[in-house]
Design a binder for this molecule. Sequence first.
Ligand SMILES: Nc1nc2c(c(=O)[nH]1)N(C=O)[C@@H](CNc1ccc(C(=O)N[C@@H](CCC(=O)O)C(=O)O)cc1)CN2
Ligand SMILES: Nc1ncnc2c1ncn2[C@@H]1O[C@H](COP(=O)(O)OP(=O)(O)OP(=O)(O)O)[C@@H](O)[C@H]1O
Length: 232
Amino acid sequence: MNDQDKPAARFASPPCMAGEIAPDYFNPLGTDSTQARDVARWRRAERARLRGARGKIPVAEHRRTSQALAGHLLDLLSNRFGGARGRVLSGYWPIKGEPDLRAALADLHDAGVMIALPIVEEKAAPLVFRRWAPTTRMVLGDWNIPVPPAKAARVTPAIMLAPLMGWDGAGYRLGYGGGYFDRTLAALSPRPATIGIGFQSAQLATIYPQPHDIALDFILTEAGVQVTREAP
Ligand SMILES: Nc1nc2c(c(=O)[nH]1)N(C=O)[C@@H](CNc1ccc(C(=O)N[C@@H](CCC(=O)O)C(=O)O)cc1)CN2
Ligand SMILES: Nc1ncnc2c1ncn2[C@@H]1O[C@H](COP(=O)(O)OP(=O)(O)OP(=O)(O)O)[C@@H](O)[C@H]1O
């Protein structure tokens, strides 16, 4: 008797078909893995394209863009956050052609805003934030990003700046692909107010948001506030 002719095997219980009847049974976020892979591949290509374009911005234009962004940030903080005096605002130390807001962070510090910077203290975990002042002697962290030393106080931001590699009109952000800001926002309760900082030219029609992506409250570019999701 060859295999096809054998009677169907009988089992005491039927095979588990839960995955076919309710696909989200084994995949509670309801993600389609083929689609997730396609989006990840598209994001890698977009990051490379945006990084290339950003690298070509002439120094003088980059400086003007950073200054315009700093002005818009100060306006937003005074209009929506009462200037943020006495609150913890996390910034970032610019890398790879990101807008440079360090002068604005120093001014905010002098005006009484507590400034913090993000640190990757553990891979694939939420970011840690440590206090920064213009006099802080920085040390080199992961990816050679200067960070405050371990003795700097650990704080939790009430307002968080997030540098954007790309962004879309719904407030979603494309970063370097480590998922650090999303992991951090998912872990913080209450969630800080979030302000994305990027170039106008880095706007995308959509970043194809995935279940882990968390939209930002505001997106700022050199052209001003582009997205506001917070209640007026
Ligand atoms: N200025 C700044 N500081 C920041 C961030 C940021 O986006 N900008 N971060 C926001 O998360 C965290 C650092 N996250 C980062 C994640 C990846 C890479 C990076 O360069 N990745 C390489 C690939 C490295 C690899 O795969 O091993 C690359 O893009 O070439 C840099 C920073 C905390 N500090
Ligand atoms: N809350 C989370 N919990 C676990 N993993 C997460 C979370 N958020 C993101 N990730 C993981 O991080 C990966 C990269 O995410 P994504 O492409 O959104 O990065 P990104 O926002 O561009 O990076 P970054 O914030 O570091 O600049 C995702 O594929 C996902 O696996």
